[in-house]
Design a binder for this molecule. Structure first.
Ligand code: FAD
Length: 396
């Protein structure tokens, strides 16, 4: 499902998890588990040179089930895009999740489930959808008022079943569905559960709140001169080019079809905008007021988290922006009701605007300048901050 980019969370971010009341989740605690998953294949000397990689990469694990490697195919544009940025700070290549010998994509299924399918204590039921958790002791709390999950109710082939756990239940249904399953099981805000006739077992105001996503801004699209010496993935739209690439891939597992995008830019607002300090100052007050105005029903963890985020916003060492173009269609039964909290804080649109202007500036610097024929989107009719933020430009 994902773009195969293997990027680890940063030290400051993982340490913040622990600070928020999760002992054992600091950087030093989590990294050994990430290394345990990794089976890193070192890049060739040519790739080290082409992608400007560190020659030694000792921080990756070598014996795990998830193969990692650097894509050997370079379109040429990756290096070109790095040059105008001057410094490499915040601009780097990450390995991708594939086996460089078989040139096969590696997924959690291939790495963890497939090799263990004949184990007697593993049973996977695809297409089953969990409806809710069921509880031990007939849904009664223990002496400390705690409930213990004892299994799940799930739907399979249109029928409802129950699976009891011998030991424990791990709920890992993702950002949207995990809170939904908790709510369907009676854990959450009473004002959400009561109207749905779901008995409230645990009044927990943080469940289903505080969704923070990184907005995907369709920033700026350039068309290259036809004679530019670069091969983009767009070439695959041409049936003749596709056929050639397919043949090359089938015979030698090379060419555009073996390409993975591994270059990433994580940048602070300070490094993409001259107005960063002014914008941050403006919004720190807004966020501080919001934190101060939160009442006793707000989860304590949320307040602490916002305090930490406020510190991070001011820290130029930490990234605020990343661009991810990801056109996609996803479908899933029983979608949860969801408020994406999009642009809840004015700073978010300010950051996206600055990020957009920064990305557009690249067209004015060599070596991109001489290979770009024109800007396709949004085009020169969108120039001022008002136009960039305006409704006519489908920015988000
Ligand atoms: C398009 C896209 C590209 C991405 N690219 C990258 C990338 O290159 N690198 C990277 O590091 N991250 C990437 N990410 C983010 C990454 O995929 C997620 O952060 C990660 O998958 C989250 O893992 P998870 O286990 O929390 O949840 P998920 O991976 O969402 O797993 C949850 C699972 O629970 C199942 N489920 C949900 N509800 C139920 C139910 N009721 N019953 C039974 N099963 C259920 C779902 O089917 C799913 O399999 C990308 C995300 C997207 C959307």
């Amino acid at each position: 499902m994902n773009q195969m980019a293997w990027t680890r969370p940063g030290r400051i971010e993982l340490d913040a998890w622990e600070k928020l009341g999760n002992p054992g989740w600091s950087y030093k605690d989590v990294i050994p588990y990430i290394q345990k998953a990794e089976n890193f294949h070192p890049p060739s000397n040519e790739t080290i040179k082409a992608k400007v990689l560190a020659a030694e990469q000792p921080w990756f694990g070598k014996n795990g089930p998830i193969s990692l490697a650097f894509c050997e195919v370079s379109t040429g544009l990756d290096e070109t895009i790095r040059k105008p940025l001057g410094e490499y700070t915040g601009v780097w290549s990450c390995p991708s999740t594939f086996d460089p010998v078989k040139l096969e994509r590696i997924t959690a299924f291939k790495g963890y489930i497939q090799p263990n399918l004949d184990r007697k204590n593993l049973f996977v039921l695809p297409e089953a959808s969990v409806a809710k958790l069921i509880w031990k002791n007939n849904s009664k709390p223990n002496g400390n008022g705690e409930f213990t999950a004892g299994g799940v109710e799930f739907i399979f082939g249109g029928k409802t079943f129950v699976a009891h756990s011998a030991k424990e239940v791990l709920l890992t249904a993702g950002t949207l569905k995990s809170p939904q399953i908790l709510e369907l099981s009676g854990i959450g805000r009473p004002d959400v559960l009561n109207p749905l006739d779901i008995p409230v077992l645990i009044d927990l105001p943080g469940v289903g709140e505080n969704l923070q996503d990184h907005y995907c801004a369709s920033a700026v699209v350039f068309e290259l001169h036809p004679d530019a010496a670069y091969r983009t993935i767009d070439l695959l739209h041409d049936p003749v080019e596709y056929e050639k690439s397919e043949e090359l891939y089938k015979k030698k597992q090379q060419g555009l079809l073996s390409f993975t995008n591994s270059d990433v830019v994580f940048a602070s607002l300070q490094s993409v905008s001259q107005d960063a300090e002014k914008l941050i100052e403006l919004h720190v007050k807004d966020l501080t007021d919001r934190i101060a105005s939160m009442d006793e029903n707000t989860s304590k963890g949320l307040k602490e988290q916002l305090d930490l985020q406020l510190e991070r916003l001011k820290d130029p060492r930490l990234p605020t922006v990343e661009l991810i173009p990801a056109p996609q269609f996803m479908d899933f039964p029983n979608p949860p009701q969801l408020d994406a909290n999009a642009l809840e804080y004015p700073l978010e649109l300010d950051i996206l605007t600055e990020e957009f202007k920064f990305a557009r500036k690249l067209r004015d610097y060599e070596p991109l300048k001489s290979i770009i024929a024109k800007e396709i989107a949004p085009g020169d009719n969108v120039m001022t901050d008002e136009q960039i933020r305006g409704e006519d430009f489908d920015f988000l």
